[in-house]
Design a binder for this molecule. Sequence first.
Ligand code: 13P
Ligand code: SF4
Length: 364
Amino acid sequence: MPVLDILGPTAGRTAPPSAPALPTRSETRILPMPPLEWNEQVANETAHLYARVKTVIPEIEWPFFAPYVKAINALKKERNAVILAHNYQTPEIYNCVADFVGDSLQLAREATRVDADVIVQCGVHFMAETSKILNPEKTVLIPDSKAGCSLASSITGEDVRLLRARFPGVPVVAYVNTSADVKAEVDICCTSSNALQVVESLPGDTVIFVPDQYLANYVAGQTSKKIIAWKGACEVHERFTGEELRRFREDDPTIQIIAHPECPPDVIAEADFTGSTAHMIDWVRAKRPKRIVMVTECSMADNVQAELPDVEFVRPCNLCPHMKRITLPKILDSLVYMKEEVVIDPAIAERARRSVERMVNLKS
Ligand code: 13P
Ligand code: SF4
């Protein structure tokens, strides 16, 4: 069933999320900044971690990363903190300091099980907000609160209220790549790994799906429900084209191509498989292709390459500028200074929690 209608502006896509307006509740005790020099002891203590990334981080670069890796891992214990990292984080974060890695759904599920006092979210702002929504009593930190998302900034809570007024009674699904404000206005959230299941779980024959027009289109192709979409897009995935993928195939007809559903339809049409970042990684682990193009954010290929050195990754390298704001020095600052704390108005957080929990509790 094709998408019924696509509404909404795409203005302000790159606007960062607004700074927290409410007073912070976090423990503000500042710890001493650990020494950050490279020496034999640091080399020995981090050798097992370098072994995980040696295929993607040249030896000459490790003396810069290693002192931060050692300091962050020690401070996590001192703060009783865990690091949740998205699959797009760079290899030294993903492999050497993260306690849990995954796609948006896996990170949201993990956030419900976390035992620590502090969550450091290595990802973008909406992911940290989701963790806070699910853990109102915990301190959630993001190493750079300007790590936004073009999808999250394409729609506001007020836009959702206007959609509801225009289509009374039609259920609204928000992709998890949205602000807490938007999540508070919708019936249920979804991620790229459960969008179809969420849409099919709703009553009636029509669903409003915001804000990713391409994910909406991908779901519409697999359901008999009518979908009303919003005109948002991911600034990283919308840059891929079917034409560039056809060129990869012309050069090597045996090459495998897998794509994220945030890509435009002509890209998905060229792909051998489409799925969330975690589903893409699982596909590569299971199939072990000789050569592959992962049509998604570029750091993910580095992370899978570190695990599967025999697979050759052909990289059309589109980086997410927001994900790349998260670095080891900023993670260290987060743990030393307990910043930047994610703060959500409790009334908004409570309504947003209902939509996120409905998704997390959906049986797969
Ligand atoms: P996943 O949920 O598939 O990890 O996607 C999140 C995202 O932001 C992709 O651009
Ligand atoms: Fe948002 Fe796209 Fe970056 Fe994912 S890759 S966080 S959808 S801008």
